[in-house]
Every structure is written in structure tokens, then in C-alpha cells.
Write a protein that binds this ligand. Structure first.
Ligand SMILES: Nc1ncnc2c1ncn2[C@@H]1O[C@H](COP(=O)(O)OP(=O)(O)OP(=O)(O)O)[C@@H](O)[C@H]1O
Ligand SMILES: [Mg+2]
Length: 291
């Protein structure tokens, strides 16, 4: 059994038939601006599910709802047995975020800690794991993301692709039941995109349950069990990757894919620029690590 398999074994075996993630009729507005307009969304354990769609269609908002960073005005969100939309206290949110790993476009590694320490800090300080176990897990994960030789380096000494792989390993170090990836390659140099996608592909093959927002259409087609296409806050259609990419039912999906694939995989839905300073990202990290 390799490191990732042992992490996956942490998922409870109960309710095997129930989806791990379920959103039902989720509506969310920012002020007068409706952004999610009745989202239904499901992820079964062991599945890789991609969300694709134009910029501003609500993809990141869906992920933020799953982590409890945003609360919808209407609808239900479940992660396992937890009603995420009903969580109120910071302690409840921290408990949820121990179970859900979230990797963003921006890596947010702790710059003053070595790569190894970046992976050890949350398992020891938040999850209460002993140092020897946390280090053993960290080394296994660094091997998994092919960065064993960098455990003593500081984030500033790594390339963007290497930092992003450390960020993925750091999220996995908490042994999450679920991983969310939001445009994790869109801030990277083209030559380092492939190494990050390779790592995610390996994790998906090992059976990691994940939701992936990506503009890498060919990658989404290759690795996803299910693909959801969003536009203007609604799910236009969803289904197995082969059907969505091979025979989309909606003219809108067809037009999007034609544009996305026709203009090259990096042109489809890439955000124009990193929003700064990413307050929700920081809030997530602070809450998750309780630092
Ligand atoms: N914190 C916020 N306050 C107000 N409006 C927001 C906020 N976050 C997102 N929005 C708006 O909600 C809509 C959906 O945003 P979201 O980030 O979910 O889109 P997206 O599909 O992830 O786009 P992209 O592909 O560019 O990342 C957009 O119109 C955006 O301007
Ligand atoms: Mg987004």
C-alpha cells in the first residue's frame, strides 16, 4: 500500500452508496448579483469530477461553498454526513477543512519553513499527529509528487511548478477525504504545467476523490469520471467526460468547447489575472491551520 492509498483508507466506509459531496438547488448572490442559480452537483467517493465553463460562470464559487467559505442563501450542501450550509462556528468549519483539501492557483506555502516543515506543521499542530508519523507521511508524499530531493529547500528556492506540487502534497498531508483543485496550473509557466498535471493524474488513478476546476480541457476529458459545464450560474449539462466532450447535448456546451479547444487549451477560461490579495484564500488557510 503506498502513501496515498493509506490516506484514502481514512475515509469512513459508512454510507458507501451516498455521494461524498452533494449540492441541491444552491442559490447564492453577492448583493443584487445572482451568481449561483440552482446548482445540483454530486461527487461519488473515488470519482474525479471536473467543472468547466466560461470565466465568471461560478466555478470557484461552487468550490468555496463546498468548503464553507461562502454560504448560499438557499439550498443544501453536504460533505459526507455534514450539512455544510448549516455550519456556524469556526470550530465546525475547521473540522470540515481538515477533511477537505483545497489547492488554489496561488500556492500560499509558508515561506519561512522548509518544504518538509510545510508538510509537517498542520498534521502535528492541527491534527495532533506525532512528529515521526507526520515526517514519514511527508516524505512519502514528497516522493509521490517527485520532490524528495527538495525536502530541505525553502519555497523561494523552487520553481512555480515545484511549489504547486508541494502545495498539493501539503494538502494531502492532512489525509483529506476530498481534494478541490481550482485552476492550479493557470499561474504556471507552460513548461511546468505538465509536471503538476502528471501529479494530479497519478492521484486520480490512485482513487483520490476530487473536484477539479480547470481550463485544461484535454486534461479534464482524460481524467474525469464526470464533467459539469457551467454558464452564468447554472449547470447547463453534466455527464461522463466522453459524452460531454464527444457529444454535448447543449448548443452552449458545444460552442464553449469549440472555442476552448479551438483556441488552444490555455485560452478557454483562464482568469485574466490573479486577484490580489486573495482574501478568501488567506481566510481558508488561517482557518484550516488555525495559525
Ligand atoms: N467575493 C465576491 N464578491 C462579489 N462578487 C463576486 C465575489 N466572488 C465572485 N464574484 C462574482 O461571481 C461571479 C462568479 O465568480 P467565480 O469566481 O465563481 O467565477 P469562475 O467561474 O470561477 O471564473 P474564472 O474562470 O474567471 O475563475 C463573477 O461574476 C464574480 O465577479
Ligand atoms: Mg475561478
Amino acid at each position: 500500500m503506498n502513501a496515498t492509498d493509506s490516506f484514502l483508507a481514512a475515509a469512513p466506509a459508512t454510507a458507501a452508496e451516498a455521494p461524498l459531496v452533494a449540492l441541491h438547488d444552491v442559490h447564492l448572490s453577492f448583493g443584487a448579483n445572482p451568481v449561483l442559480k440552482g446548482i445540483d452537483f454530486e461527487v461519488q467517493r473515488g470519482q474525479a469530477v471536473s467543472i468547466i465553463g466560461p470565466s465568471g460562470s461560478g466555478k470557484s464559487t461552487i468550490l468555496r461553498c463546498i468548503t464553507g467559505l461562502l454560504r448560499p442563501q438557499h439550498g443544501e450542501i453536504r460533505v459526507g454526513e455534514t450539512r455544510v450550509d448549516a455550519l456556524r462556528t469556526e470550530a465546525e468549519l475547521i473540522a470540515l477543512r481538515k477533511r477537505v483539501g483545497f489547492v488554489f492557483q496561488q500556492y500560499n506555502l509558508f515561506p519561512h519553513l522548509t518544504v518538509l516543515e510545510n508538510l509537517v506543521i498542520a498534521p502535528t499542530r492541527v491534527a495532533g499527529r506525532d512528529r515521526a508519523t507526520a515526517e514519514r507521511d511527508a516524505r512519502a508524499l514528497l516522493d509521490k509528487v517527485r520532490l524528495s530531493h527538495k525536502e530541505a529547500a525553502y519555497p523561494g528556492e523552487l520553481s512555480g511548478g515545484q511549489q504547486q506540487r508541494v502545495a498539493i502534497a501539503r494538502a494531502l498531508a492532512m489525509r483529506p477525504e476530498l481534494m478541490l483543485f481550482d485552476e492550479v496550473t493557470s499561474a504556471l509557466d507552460p513548461e511546468t504545467v505538465g509536471e503538476v498535471l502528471t501529479v494530479i493524474r497519478d492521484l486520480v488513478r490512485d482513487g483520490l476523490t476530487c473536484v477539479l476546476v480547470t481550463h485544461e480541457m484535454r486534461f479534464a476529458e482524460e481524467i474525469s469520471d464526470q464533467v459539469y459545464f457551467t454558464e452564468a450560474g447554472v449547470i447547463v449539462e453534466h455527464g461522463p467526460a466522453a459524452r460531454i466532450f464527444g457529444a454535448p447535448e447543449s448548443e452552449r456546451t458545444r460552442a464553449f468547447l469549440h472555442r476552448a479547444l479551438g483556441e488552444g487549451p490555455r485560452a478557454s477560461s483562464a482568469p485574466a489575472a490573479l486577484p490580489a490579495p486573495f482574501p478568501e484564500t488567506l481566510a481558508f488557510e488561517r482557518l484550516r491551520f488555525a495559525l
